[in-house]
Design a protein. Structure first.
Length: 328
């Protein structure tokens, strides 16, 4: 392997790649690291990428346009050390036969682990019981174990798939709504493919892992939220646009549901947004994917993908560029 270049700003590289990761990459080719902090300009990226065969990108990189790619006619692979590639990869990348891999699978593991944590803590009513303990109370009211209940999973892609695999360690019924998946595939995962309406009616916990695409905008609207069971838990670690927030606010104001929201639209939620004050909402600052040391998982994933590419093996995170319209 000849030249490999990291296009993201230096501080982003440092937050994802430890020294051991950089040394491993350098042993696999001649590694060039963007030395400048901040979001790189298209002009700077064009200079960096010149003559490269592999480009590593991440958050903050500009789109890899024809003008940039013209500087690297031998570019074979783009490894995106982040999730969605929509802001980086343009159609010309596929037209030039450049292969693309992203780290959605690595990020999905963190999302799934967060969703599982929120599931357990919310079912056990730990949020409220902890507050009660501070007041000198001692009660075990409204505690539910992760046992013999129904969990609904909206979206069984990377993150949703990991969440389902984690749930299989428990004795629970798992329902899935995902138009992109076959009934056979969901059955293999240990779940049951159902309509969105059935999932909402029957689930004790609903966890959202769908992509933010036009088809999912406002998908959980007033009519569909009204189908959810009283005392059901709604978890969103995907994207805020999937929920009609006004409709959810109305349901929460009734005290009928409990919500754990790691994402809102827009982000952050306004200072006076009801989500910040309603007692049955847990609001977190979009931490479900990869934060702090969790970003190292992305680095390890990128290195594994490069190793597989060099050995001629299939890459686990390779992106089918014809499916961009249904990807997160």
């Amino acid at each position: 392997m000849k030249k490999m270049v990291m296009l993201q700003g230096k501080e982003m590289t440092d937050s994802i790649f430890a020294q051991k990761h950089l040394e491993r990459l350098d042993s696999m080719g001649r590694l060039v690291i963007n030395p400048i902090s901040g979001k790189p300009s298209p002009e700077h990226v064009a200079e960096l990428i010149e003559g490269a065969e592999v480009a590593i990108t991440s958050w903050g990189c500009p789109p890899l346009t024809s003008a940039i790619l013209d500087r690297a006619p031998n570019l074979k692979l783009i490894l995106h050390a982040a999730g969605t590639i929509k802001g980086i990869v343009v159609p010309v990348v596929g037209e030039r036969g450049i292969r693309v891999s992203n780290a959605s699978d690595a990020l999905g593991q963190g999302v799934a682990e967060t969703a599982l944590g929120l599931t357990i803590v919310s079912l056990k009513n730990i949020w409220r019981l902890a507050q009660n303990m501070r007041k000198g109370e001692w009660s075990k009211e409204n505690v539910t174990e992760l046992y013999d209940i129904t969990i609904g999973v909206i979206g069984a892609g990377r993150a949703g798939g990991h969440y389902i695999r984690l749930l299989r360690q428990f004795n629970v019924r798992i329902l899935v709504f995902d138009p992109a998946q076959s009934e056979e595939r969901i059955k293999e995962m240990g779940a049951v493919l159902v309509s969105l309406e059935q999932l909402l009616r029957e689930s004790d916990v609903v966890s959202i892992h769908a992509p933010a695409i036009p088809e999912t905008a406002g998908m959980l609207n007033e009519e569909r939220l009204s189908l959810m069971k009283n005392e059901a838990i709604l978890i969103n670690t995907a994207r805020g646009t999937i929920i009609d927030e006004a409709a959810l606010t109305a349901e929460l104001t009734k005290g009928r549901l409990w919500a754990c929201l790691d994402v809102t639209y827009p982000e952050p939620a306004a200072a006076d947004h009801p989500f910040r004050s309603l007692p049955n909402v847990i609001l977190t600052p979009h931490i479900a994917g990869a934060v702090n040391n969790g970003k190292r998982r992305i680095a390890a994933y990128v290195i594994d993908e490069l190793d597989r590419f060099q050995k001629g093996l299939p890459m686990h995170g390779e992106v089918n560029l014809s499916n961009l319209h249904v990807m997160a």
